[in-house]
Design a protein around this ligand. Sequence first.
Ligand SMILES: Cc1cc2nc3c(=O)[nH]c(=O)nc-3n(C[C@H](O)[C@H](O)[C@H](O)COP(=O)(O)OP(=O)(O)OC[C@H]3O[C@@H](n4cnc5c(N)ncnc54)[C@H](O)[C@@H]3O)c2cc1C
Ligand SMILES: *[C@@H]1O[C@H](CO)[C@@H](O)[C@H](O)[C@H]1NC(C)=O
Ligand SMILES: *[C@@H]1O[C@H](CO)[C@@H](O)[C@H](O)[C@H]1NC(C)=O
Ligand SMILES: *[C@@H]1O[C@H](CO)[C@@H](O)[C@H](O)[C@H]1NC(C)=O
Ligand SMILES: *[C@@H]1O[C@H](CO)[C@@H](O)[C@H](O)[C@H]1NC(C)=O
Length: 597
Amino acid sequence: MGRSSAAILCSLLPLLPFASAISGLITDPNTVSDQTFDYVIVGGGLGGLVVANRLSENPDISVLVIEAGSDNRDDPRVYDPYQYSAAFNTELDWNWPSSQGRYIKGGKTLGGSTSINGLAQTRGQKAQYDSLASFLGGDDRNGTWIWEGMFFGMLKSEGFSSPNDNQKQAGASANPAYHNTSGPLQVTYPDGIYQGPQQKYFQTVVSTNFSVAASPDADDGNANVVAFHPNTINWQDSDHRSSSATAYYSPVSERSNLAILLQHLATKIVFDGSKATGVEFGTSGGERYTVNAGREVIVSAGAIQTPALLQLSGVGDPALLNGLGIDIVANVSGVGKNLQEQTMNSVGWTTVDGFDFDGQGPSDVIAYPDLLGLSSSSNSDIASTIAANIGSYAQDAYDAGAVVSVEAAQAIYQIQQDLMTDKHSGLVEAFFDNGFPNGGLGIDLWQILPFSRGTVQITTADPFTYPTVDPRYFSADVDLQIQTAGLRMARKIFQTAPLRSIVTEENAPGYDTVAEDGNGGSDDDWRKWIVDGFSSVHHPIATCSMMSQDLGGVVGSDLKVYNTENLRIVDASVLPIQFSAHLSATLYGLAENAADM
Ligand SMILES: Cc1cc2nc3c(=O)[nH]c(=O)nc-3n(C[C@H](O)[C@H](O)[C@H](O)COP(=O)(O)OP(=O)(O)OC[C@H]3O[C@@H](n4cnc5c(N)ncnc54)[C@H](O)[C@@H]3O)c2cc1C
Ligand SMILES: *[C@@H]1O[C@H](CO)[C@@H](O)[C@H](O)[C@H]1NC(C)=O
Ligand SMILES: *[C@@H]1O[C@H](CO)[C@@H](O)[C@H](O)[C@H]1NC(C)=O
Ligand SMILES: *[C@@H]1O[C@H](CO)[C@@H](O)[C@H](O)[C@H]1NC(C)=O
Ligand SMILES: *[C@@H]1O[C@H](CO)[C@@H](O)[C@H](O)[C@H]1NC(C)=O
């Protein structure tokens, strides 16, 4: 190229659109204050970063993400899977107080909860994905909100690596038909996978003696099985965590049309009438700034902060907002209602002398017993309890302000009942845990599909005050009945050969606390121990549910907030019901589908 043509090129450069774009990681609010981006996304967690990545694939579209936390991708508490829980109760954890003295954890860092979570990668049951359309009066949005569409979205996100010989030896197996190898999220098994007999023994006992089928790969929509599950781990990066930050932001961090403002809380969505035009943000005690959204505001602040931000912005139940002196922008009374959170207790057994786990975590085997699998461990008939009590649970949820009407709750519960009693959804998760509790072998057990419904509500117009989070744990008694059946089953699993041969005695709760009566312990003993000691599972959902308006939905099948314009939600708050799975695989699929819209 000659000197003159180079000079001509140089003179053209300032005209190119990317030259002046604001991009990269930013902490100075003045950089974005009063600027306009096509899309302003609140929350740099799972939903926010998937959507930011996909929208900014088009270089003509500008995207800003506002994230309350910092970028901690280089912090071992975040990247090292073997340090799970090191981030808990630190500046990386929102740690919301909830009712009954329980705390709900959530990542306050780039990547959100995917930067601190347990890395289990599990899909739910086909019928549960199909039920998404049922909550929308049958509107599946051309096949998006049913199994086919969600399976497609989940595949798009997945970069799966099949188990190697060492991992196969330990018991891992996968069917390539259910996996994508070229999506952004790295999914595989731990390099140091446990080679001891314990995980295989658990699978053998559950499938042989408890009517839960063993599956070579549970990612096909048949989730009510016992199987080895992969983790969100990147083997090409020393087995470090693959989070929404490393999978969806790191590879595109050089894009000139994508910016992330860190360490700032979105304090309000700015409206012109019912149209969202921007976002106000700031730091505690500091100045407030505003950034404009040319096209849309997308809220991805998670199931606790998203309803709080809507309420602060005047989108919610007038009965709540009027009392706080907040002007009503849109009457959407379902905001902050329908909260569903699960409850966990862990059964633990001491291992025999000299037992060698022969590997390190994360643990790999999970069982999802359905009604049939659980019935053998229940002293009472779970299906009858549900059928007899839907009406009273609906009335109770309404009286507590947790649903928009008794009729809505009944309709929602009927979909849930159908899944639980007719469609064979897994009713509990039995997570086989190496080294927990008490350093032995354990089963972490939670009721997956609670009938208890709760609320997230702001108590003041100050955005830096946490909202009140009340899941109303065990307010529907069948939740406790199912938790009891699951824990009794967990005890019986350890009592059964060959697992029995590698453990000596139960150390949690222990036969002193829940006496062994020849049938796994009494309901009364279990119930007392459960209520005393349960913890939250950190899976809050449904506080801005994707449902029809008569059911108390907040967003429709296009994820747009009812009675507003240019405002969408993409995070766990839109899931109307829990899945028999951990949440993130489903949410990655949902966010991929959202980005397609
Ligand atoms: C301890 C723990 C263990 C878990 N284990 C697993 C597991 O093993 N497998 C699994 O699949 N799932 C697991 N989960 C669940 C899963 O990680 C979450 O359900 C999922 O990340 C939720 O995605 P989200 O987009 O709704 O929110 P998040 O990923 O949490 O992202 C929300 C983001 O918004 C930011 N934010 C919030 N409010 C504001 C605001 N006003 N302004 C700016 N930013 C804001 C937050 O800081 C956060 O970064 C676990 C979760 C936790 C907490
Ligand atoms: C659904 O598909 C039909 C036919 O292809 C199309 O006309 C319609 O716009 C689609 N609807 C949505 C919501 O995508
Ligand atoms: C796999 O992921 C890539 C990248 O997201 C995507 O283009 C492709 O369609 C996916 N394949 C399948 C089968 O979903
Ligand atoms: C478990 O099932 C096997 C095979 O049917 C049987 O031999 C064994 O007795 C069962 N164990 C218990 C505790 O029921
Ligand atoms: C808000 O909407 C609900 C449901 O549509 C309605 O019953 C209620 O009267 C409305 N409240 C106000 C203050 O408009």
